[in-house]
Design a protein around this ligand. Structure first.
Ligand SMILES: Nc1ncnc2c1ncn2[C@@H]1O[C@H](COP(=O)(O)OP(=O)(O)OP(=O)(O)O)[C@@H](O)[C@H]1O
Length: 329
């Protein structure tokens, strides 16, 4: 029976493979059986180690390359075979835009608008990314960060329903990055589906409804930020007092589920239940009048989840099913 309560995903991949070169030992399989679903209006971040296969995946979703196996659909269409129908409905920001250096921004916009169905005014697109005052400057005179913003402006010219952004904020200073994040949030709020790759974990944490972390061509973990972090223990660290006077016979309490590591007086507890463990620890400290010096308690960070993925030798063993990384069809 078909589940009609869920909207059809805006982007899907099933068993996606992408190989460079010939089959066998002389070729290289950059994407190895990737499944994902991105719901309409969702912001999905693809993270991963260098060379994990993010750009290789994105290029197939964008219709710029053929998969060597599996299936992808964007807005229900095959991005390669139904490119003519799909292209006007998507925006693409490549890792490098490659616009001719001699053209001004306004000229670049006009050229690009000529190839875009239902393009918005060029000045409006430049204004969205804060480049309107630079409209008469030549592309070759732009800084790296300004070029990224021009790439984004051109991706937005056609008011896309689905926007693919390959490392949109690489090279941007903190202020420009914040304004790009603001713009991406506004686009999402207006209903645009966004798929982006990034090396900035903070960017994924700030923007993404869901994310996937790739390693060696596979999705190793994915879901909402909270779901990804749930697999990693929180940490509580503190320093015990000297074992003298009233504390001579002091022993740490048994804290269910928590694993303590001791280094002299310094204690590190890893726990899946931060609030529960902290409550018990503070209760014990109050009862025994123990001061926990340099007390620090924190949930796992996306960085820890990422580093755990990067350290995994064989992510091949259990590729994540689409239902685990989100709203599978
Ligand atoms: N044209 C190509 N021919 C052969 N191998 C390629 C080609 N393009 C990419 N690769 C290889 O495929 C793998 C995945 O590359 P891809 O650019 O998709 O990774 P990525 O996750 O986007 O990396 P990064 O984070 O470094 O940008 C890498 O090992 C890369 O060297």
């Amino acid at each position: 029976m078909t589940d009609t309560s869920r909207p059809r995903p805006a982007v899907t991949a099933r068993g996606l493979h992408r190989r460079y070169g010939p089959s066998g030992r002389d070729g290289f399989e950059a994407v190895r059986g990737l499944d994902l679903d991105v719901a309409p209006g969702e912001l999905f971040a693809l993270l991963g180690t260098n060379g994990a296969g993010k750009t290789s995946t994105l290029e197939v979703l964008e219709g710029l390359a053929a998969p060597s196996g599996g299936e992808v659909r964007v807005l229900g269409l095959d991005p390669l075979r139904e490119r003519a129908a799909l292209r006007p409905r998507i925006g693409i920001m490549l890792q490098e835009g490659g616009f001719p250096g001699e053209l001004t921004l306004a000229e670049t916009g006009r050229c690009w608008a000529g190839l875009t169905t239902g393009a918005r005014a060029v000045d409006e697109a430049l204004d969205l990314v804060g480049l309107l005052p630079r409209r008469t400057v030549r592309v070759k005179q732009l800084s790296g960060g300004e070029r990224r913003r021009l790439d984004l402006a051109m991706a937005l010219l056609g008011r896309p329903e689905v926007l693919f952004l390959d490392e949109p904020s690489t090279g941007l200073d903190p202020e420009a990055r914040a304004s790009v994040w603001r713009l991406i949030r506004e686009l999402r709020a207006a209903g645009t589906t966004v798929v982006l790759t990034t090396h900035y974990l903070e960017e994924a944490e700030e923007l993404a409804d869901r994310l996937a972390i790739m390693h060696h061509g596979r999705v190793v973990t994915g879901g909402t930020v909270a779901e990804v972090l749930a697999a990693h223990p929180a940490r509580i660290s503190f320093e015990l007092p000297e074992r003298t006077g009233p504390h001579a016979a002091l022993d740490l309490p048994v804290l269910p589920g928590a694993v303590p590591e001791l280094d002299g007086r310094r204690v590190l507890l890893r726990t899946p239940d931060l609030q529960g463990t902290l409550t018990e620890l503070l209760g014990w400290a109050a009862r025994h009048r123990v001061e926990l010096a340099r007390l620090d308690a924190r949930s796992a960070s996306l960085e820890e989840a990422f580093l755990a993925v990067a350290a995994s030798a064989d992510p091949a063993a259990a590729p994540v099913a689409p239902s685990q990384i989100g709203r599978a069809a």
